[in-house]
Design a binder for this molecule. Sequence first.
Ligand code: PLP
Length: 404
Amino acid sequence: MAFDVEQARADFPILSRQVNGKPLVYLDSAASAQKPRAVIEAMSRAMEHSYANVHRGLHTLANETTDAYEAARRAVARFVNAGEGEIVFTKGGTEAINLVAAGLGAAMAPGDEVVLTEMEHHANIVPWHFLRERRGVVLKFAPVTDDGRLDLEGLQALIGPRTKVVALTHMSNVLGTINPVAEVIEAAHAAGAKVLLDGCQAIVHQAVDVKALDVDFYVFSGHKLYGPTGIGILYGKAAELAALPPYQGGGEMIGEVALEKITYADPPHRFEAGTPPILEAIGLGAAIEWLNGLDRAAIAAHEARLYARVREGLAGANWLKVIGEAPGKGAILSFTVDGAHAHDVAQILDRYGVAVRAGTHCAEPLMRRFGVTSSARASFALYNTEGEADAFVDALTRTQAFFA
Ligand code: PLP
């Protein structure tokens, strides 16, 4: 199978709009990706045709909606090669990490250690800080090299007998670095520690097989994967989920409730208290089925070509500093422009119809590591074209001229 970007673009209604009188060039997909018609229609269809609450009804609409919700779970499970019972729907990647941190943390004692890296998103830092504050857990951060690679030996050196968890991003949302997760998982398991991978970025750009990785927990968000907001995924090995205490209490996560005692449902429902994000799960299922119809290796090659084209276009720009040059990195360009604040760069680019992110990217420790307070970030998705890569280079060059 090959990949036809124009055909894929045609599935995204929003991409034909104009911004500030210019064709939209959307380079902020690492923050949130646009949605194909398949997702929009699946969610509308559910609301127009068959919608009710799940798991509690005895009528036709409740049964149909429950079937659609559970079919979405199966689609996610197949997508990452997990068992159906190993996929928990959450409201996002952030909630999934909080769920694991709270659950594993409940068994931690003062002095137990959690190993993270300097390139984590706040979503994979703050929940562990809660354990530091509340349980006396010690956090250790593996260093990042000047070119934006994870210092693997540095990380391995931090793993010791008190290490309970190693939690790291599979792909950095700032640097684009794809981490050597197989080596990390091996080292962590050898020390008896569990591994959580934050796959919010990686899952978008590469096939993920949680069984082949032998990872204990893998999390991601729906909205970066061309699905809706309000839905995230926690994969956990069946045995790990079974050992994890419930995160939130409420309806549908129980076995039996009495005045003096309660029992809990088995995973995954144990972790889905209350009415879950039904429409969002259906939308994510549709996004995944839509992606399944595409050649993901060809998409990865397409995105790599776009990134290379931008780098080539900006090769002579001595006013540009790129943060993150790891070999084999994904198509995320974080940069600063000499003499300009990243926010101003983003705002001027917007006048040319180019949407980029600017700020700390929820990765303040990483910003500090690279000695900047903020950066701009252009992130590429399957629907971006070579013409858009050129338009970005042109707009950025013009933007820089404001500050020269
Ligand atoms: N982890 C990474 C690497 C991310 O890029 C993001 C989102 O930017 C998150 C976690 C948090 O995801 P969400 O905000 O969808 O919960």
